[in-house]
Write a protein that binds this ligand. Structure first.
Ligand code: AMP
Length: 280
């Protein structure tokens, strides 16, 4: 496994490969969810392909009062996880390498980005699209793999790839969870023991809403109400949003169907957790 911190180094190594290139963009602090992405990338690339993992805590996707400074950086452990998952190259640039002082070009997806997390985190998806397009340009992957946990991110990047005619196939994998249902996240380590104990309520609420849908409840307002009620049993939870939306456009729906996603963001203390469930 190779490691490079420079754009020119990453370009050179990627250009030198003959097989398909598969990219897994991450911000590091890797956990079993990221590892599942890397293993999927390895399967897609095949024995002759080239699996690239980027590890970059992207400053442009953090708001001014968010956790950029304290976001966990665990490169040594990340490197070991990547090696175990069959990664060929880690691209680990500095912020200065990615964003020169006079950097002034951004990518703005203007529809899907404005909803859900985009409404609570203005500028977040602009930062995500900008860095992902840069990574696509540097690595030139045939395939990029993302996690369904960041459902809106998948939808926004899907739009960007379509709208800008990028010759890259996107693949997603299901969310990897703790045994009690909590979605793995680099931010889970911020949770106090009390918050951690209550956090699985989110998954329970989403599963109950899906069960209600399967039992015939299609009214989005009722499904939402059920979720709010269950989440309110966790005294430390503070809801940012719960939305019942179309899984592609992310526009809110009045009646749920099999193309519906229920997505939520909930604070436990200062830690903001997201999760979602598809009704299909
Ligand atoms: P991050 O490092 O949090 O920016 O995430 C990098 C990639 O890992 C994104 O495609 C995420 O959707 C994906 N990811 C994060 N958490 C999980 C999880 N629990 N299961 C599967 N994929 C995940």
């Amino acid at each position: 496994m190779k490691i490079t911190r420079t754009i020119s180094g990453a370009r050179r190594l990627c250009k030198a490969t003959a097989g398909p290139i598969v990219l897994v963009p991450t911000m590091g602090a890797l956990h079993a969810g990221h590892e599942a992405l890397c293993r999927q990338a390895r399967r897609i690339a095949g024995p002759n392909g080239f699996v690239v993992v980027s590890i970059f805590v992207n400053p442009t996707q953090f708001g001014p009062n968010e956790d950029l400074a304290k976001y966990p950086r665990t490169f040594d452990a990340d490197r070991a996880r990547c090696a175990a998952a069959g990664v060929d190259l880690i691209f680990h640039p500095s912020a200065a390498e990615m964003y020169p002082a006079d950097f002034s070009t951004f990518v703005d997806e203007t529809a899907v980005s404005s909803l859900l997390c985009g409404a609570s985190r203005p500028g977040h998806f602009r930062g995500v699209c900008t860095v992902v397009l840069k990574l696509f340009s540097i690595i030139a992957p045939d395939v990029a793999v993302f996690g369904e946990k960041d459902f809106q991110q998948c939808a926004v990047i899907g739009r960007m790839v379509r709208d800008l005619d990028l010759p890259i196939r996107l693949r997603t994998i299901p969310t990897v969870r703790e045994s009690d249902g909590l979605a793995l996240s680099s931010r889970n380590r911020y949770l106090t023991p009390e918050e951690r104990a209550q956090a699985p309520t989110l998954r329970r609420a989403l599963l109950e809403a899906k069960a209600a849908f399967r039992a015939g409840e299609t009214r989005a307002a009722q499904l939402r109400k059920r979720i709010l009620k269950i989440v309110s049993t966790a005294p430390l939870a503070r809801i940012d949003y719960v939305e019942v939306a179309h899984s592609q456009s992310l526009q809110p729906v009045r009646l749920a169907d099999r193309a519906t996603v229920i997505a939520l963001a909930v604070f436990f203390g200062k830690t903001r957790l997201i999760d979602n469930i598809l009704l299909k």
